[in-house]
Design a protein around this ligand. Sequence first.
Ligand code: UDP
Ligand code: MG
Length: 142
Amino acid sequence: MERSLVLVKPDAVERGFSGAIIGRIEEAGMKLIALKMLKLSRENAEQHYSVHSEKPFFPGLINYITSGPIMAAVFEGEDAINTIRKVMGATNPEKADTGTIRKDFGTDIERNAVHGSDGPETAAQEIKLYFSGIELQNYARK
Ligand code: UDP
Ligand code: MG
């Protein structure tokens, strides 16, 4: 059983795609165990994307991800990290497969609608950044 931290990014929240994006991941069999709406501070955004701090796109990414409210969610399931990244599609929506979240809801390589953890260690760190233990629910997905 794996967990993954998912963000519905500001462009997708603003255009009313929060429910559709969370729904796509539930439809892929993943169990939603935490969900909230928040607005990231620059400090928290820089922490979330610290691995990219030296990239040319970093300043733009921080401006974008702090530009409006986001949805933060935790999903649990078998092979959750890879399953969710497949449903998300490639980073660049133009290159994403048909039927993926980024193909259907993304705008461009920056404003690509959704984030999903890329490995078990990053997932654990990211989940801690957004949620406390009592916010993670335990129930049987039917
Ligand atoms: N990003 C960007 N320009 C790029 C590459 C990435 O603005 O050339 C943004 C985009 O929002 C992406 C995030 O930075 O989702 C993190 O980049 P990463 O390469 O980790 O892509 P992901 O893991 O989200 O597919
Ligand atoms: Mg990444």
